[in-house]
Design a protein around this ligand. Sequence first.
Ligand code: AMP
Ligand code: ZN
Length: 111
Amino acid sequence: MMADCLFCKIIKKKLPSDIVYESDSVIAFKDINPKAPVHLLILPKEHIPSVNHLKKEDRELMGELILVAQKIAKEKKLKGYKLIINVGRGGGQLIDHLHLHLLSGKLLELP
Ligand code: AMP
Ligand code: ZN
């Protein structure tokens, strides 16, 4: 837990969110400013700032994030979806806690 990280606060339930999936290692909740009819964020509970901070031992965790996306998509019967990871400010990343955007339906703009 990083004290000043918004997503760590959501994970610790110190801030509210609309959670759609939770396990020991992963959480998924609705994006507060959706860019598509379905816009979820899927993230590891462990504070990893970005893809640039991933280590070899995080391989399984990253696979898990994608499998959670697949599971949610199946449950919600999505016809298709996009998975997006912004990396660094130049890549559009605003919150420094690694997260996967799951988007489905007509996209308003890229997150
Ligand atoms: P990124 O630009 O990839 O770092 O994405 C950050 C995302 O977090 C944006 O799509 C925001 O709309 C979303 N966001 C910011 N604050 C919250 C919050 N409190 N609850 C849910 N989503 C949030
Ligand atoms: Zn964090």
